[in-house]
Design a protein around this ligand. Structure first.
Ligand code: BMA
Length: 313
């Protein structure tokens, strides 16, 4: 994945899912959360409907490369609870975190009131239960760590600000409903590939050296914004502490379906799958239009954070 040349490989048969693989009318397939559940890869992807609003579809695979899309969407805006008012303009960019024997789903809920994050849970990817709206507007890109720390759930999030470039924060909760103790953990760097804004990407996963987090960073050019992926390592015991952040991006738009599409020059990840052989499958949306995958060696990503690190703040 010309990831810094020697780190990672793009899958040769990208893109792995396009709108033509979806059995209901959609304009795009992108920004998917993914986990391995009962030996199968379950992907929950975002699609723009033909009215421009987003819904979440489901796809399954035995090998992580070849996916079959379910005949009906997995999650559409709610119609009859408090969630309905806040999801009226669509649901987007879902992340999946396995915690305590269930999967926590965080997704952007769009409405006339702005964008906020909704939290739902599932055990089997058949039944979904909405739990709570866990942020106010304007905030999105919430990823929950797969373990609790000191009895509390921990998330990375990304508030919007008119005063400071949009940055990555951490927040804690005893019950998945009330969140607080928030503080900033990582900021964009001026005149750098991520100088405009950064945000959480895939839920972090555990390595021997720390929690590895693939995030996105944005650079504004005269021809529009470029979305790239970067990598950061959080302390195993205290995820608010960042041990290292790679100075270089690990993936940038290069393939034709990343450079051109619904939104040009975007690679955006909401999910990765660490494998038992020391590699990680990284999934990303290309140009907000198609889904792609690549692999990297986990140790190489860790080393990048440790040996070529920029300051997190
Ligand atoms: C961000 C989000 C993502 C999207 C990206 C590029 O602000 O809306 O869902 O992939 O922009 O368009």
């Amino acid at each position: 994945m010309s990831i810094q040349k020697h780190i990672g490989t793009r899958y040769k048969k990208n893109p792995i899912i396009t709108k033509d693989d979806v059995p209901y009318p959609v304009a795009t397939v992108h920004n998917a959360g993914i986990v391995k559940h009962d030996g199968r890869y379950i992907m929950l992807f975002r699609s723009h409907k033909l009215n421009g609003r987003s819904i979440i579809g489901k796809a399954e695979s035995k090998d992580g490369y070849s996916f079959t899309v379910s005949p009906t969407p997995f999650l559409t805006p709610d119609s009859d609870s408090l969630f309905a008012e806040y999801e009226e303009h669509g649901v987007e960019d879902l992340r999946i975190s396995p915690v305590n024997g269930e999967y926590l789903l965080t997704y952007s809920a769009y409405s006339r009131h702005g964008v906020r994050i909704a939290l739902a849970r599932t055990k089997d990817f058949e039944k979904v239960e909405r739990i709570s709206l866990i942020t106010q507007a304007d905030l999105r890109n919430v990823v929950i760590f797969p373990e609790k720390f000191g009895g509390r759930y921990v998330r990375l999030d990304r508030p919007h600000s008119e005063i400071s470039p949009w940055s990555i924060w951490i927040s804690y909760s005893p019950d998945l409903i009330h969140w607080g103790d928030s503080r900033v953990v990582m900021k964009p760097v001026s005149y750098h590939w991520d100088e405009m804004k950064i945000g959480p990407g895939a839920p972090p996963f555990k390595t021997a050296r720390g929690w590895l987090h693939i995030y996105h960073g944005v650079f504004e050019t005269m021809a529009g914004a470029i979305y790239r992926l970067g990598v950061a390592l959080h302390d195993l015991a205290d995820p608010a502490k960042i041990i290292g952040v790679s100075d270089s991006w690990i993936l940038q738009p290069e393939d034709p379906w990343e450079v051109t599409g619904y939104v040009p020059n975007v690679v955006f990840s909401c999910g990765v799958v660490p494998e038992g052989d020391g590699t990680v499958k990284i999934y990303w949306g290309g140009a907000d239009t198609v889904m792609c995958v690549g692999t990297a060696v986990i140790d190489d990503l860790v080393q990048l954070c440790l040996s070529d690190s920029r300051l997190p703040l």
